[in-house]
Design a protein around this ligand. Structure first.
Ligand SMILES: [Zn+2]
Length: 389
């Protein structure tokens, strides 16, 4: 698996003499600490190396904060920095979450985090980059600008002076953190968290929104809305959400075109010509020892196609899970899970990956496309795995 997550640094924004945003007696620095400490525990449970910049109400200068971040795992591209913040604005009418990413990074992680927060019930605004007015080649925020080649995101969970946001953050912050943790793990495993009832499509050379919309029987507007696209530009390798899973899955059933029924006047040679194959290939496929055919005989024309992409369910064991509750959730039974995973006992460990029988499209999950050379899931064929969250 292309695991490119070396470690996560959690940055609890503000602290000590810097309260951050304030509304009544609620201070941003306290909320970010609460969020960050829970996030730290969650990553630890998932087996991801994790570091937190502060665990007390401590004043940290920007320089010191950056030092802690870069010293946690070193200045590496595969280190994700999550800087937790609560927004504020003058009017108090703005509402919802935002994620800000660095100029050197792709949008994907930020977008997946925002989408996951949306799935968890928070109102979402946008993901963006912000440039320094005095030098627009540089990031506006020091947490982006001075953190080497790491991948930092600022997560603004909502507005402290918006009562909806503040209530939601106070009541639901664990759910929001769970969503962020899942989004980070999914993204850095090469996957994606699609909302329920969507499929994903990776943009190929020559694709346009219009051609993709045609292909999947939808509209450019729907695609743009679903993917939060502000322009029609696509890039090769971009992952798009496609509405309605069931209508567009490729038909992988063995085609009846693969069988030819011999008619009067046919010979192996004429059939081979007609279907662009060879006499020897037809004899091999059909175990023929002579060239003689009978009218009405069924001839296999080509090697049956392997059923790909094949969807396999995977589930990452979380705290509190048992085989019984997992079986229940996925509408299967304990014995089936034991058999499929060659388990020798009922004990599960957090972070353990279980194969789940039957593909259940409506449970939110992380689509990971196994590529040639990824041998851990058997075989070399390209197919998709869904990680349930
Ligand atoms: Zn802040």
């Amino acid at each position: 698996m292309n695991n490119n997550l070396f470690g996560v640094v959690i940055d609890a924004g503000h602290g000590g003499s810097d309260p951050g945003a304030v509304s009544g007696n609620t201070k941003e620095k306290d909320l970010t600490l609460q969020i960050s400490e829970y996030m730290y525990e969650r990553f630890k449970e998932m087996g991801v190396p994790v570091y937190i910049t502060r665990t007390t109400d401590e004043t940290i200068s920007p320089t010191e904060r950056v030092n802690r971040i870069l010293n946690a795992f070193g200045n590496r591209k595969d280190v994700v920095v999550i800087s937790n913040h609560i927004n504020s604005n003058v009017s108090g009418t703005s509402e919802g979450a935002e994620v800000i990413y660095a100029l050197r990074n792709e949008k994907k992680l930020a977008q997946n985090i925002l989408n996951a927060l949306g799935e968890a019930g928070q109102k979402t605004r946008t993901v963006y980059q912000r440039r320094l007015p005095s030098d627009n080649t540089k990031d506006y925020y020091f947490i982006h600008r001075n953190t080497g080649i790491t991948e930092p995101v600022i997560v603004e969970y909502g507005f402290i002076n918006n009562s909806n946001d503040l209530n939601k953050i106070k009541n639901n912050y664990k759910r929001y953190v769970d969503a962020v943790v899942d989004a980070v793990i999914a993204t850095k495993m090469g996957g994606f968290i699609p909302p329920a009832n969507t499929n994903t499509y990776m943009v190929q050379k020559g694709d346009s929104l219009w051609s993709i919309a045609q292909k999947y029987n939808t509209t450019v507007d729907t695609l743009k809305k679903l993917n939060n696209l502000t322009s029609n530009d696509l890039y090769v390798g971009q992952i798009l959400l496609i509405p309605e899973k069931t209508t567009n899955t490729p038909d992988n059933k063995p085609s009846t075109d693969n069988i030819y029924i011999v008619k009067v006047g046919d010979s192996l040679w004429s059939i081979a010509q007609k279907f662009n194959t060879t006499v020897n290939e037809l004899k091999r496929l059909n175990n023929l020892t002579s060239d003689i055919l009978m009218v009405g005989q069924k001839i296999i024309l080509k090697e049956p196609e392997i059923e790909a992409p094949e969807e396999v369910g995977m589930y990452i064991v979380k705290k509190g899970d048992t085989l019984w509750n997992i079986a229940n959730r996925f509408n299967t039974n304990v014995n089936e899970i034991i058999r499929l995973n060659n388990l020798t006992s009922d004990n599960l460990s957090i972070g353990q990956i279980l194969m789940i029988p039957n593909y259940i499209g409506t449970v939110p999950g992380i689509i990971y496309t196994v590529k040639n050379g990824d041998t851990i899931f058997m075989g070399n064929n390209e197919y998709q795995i869904k990680f349930y969250i």
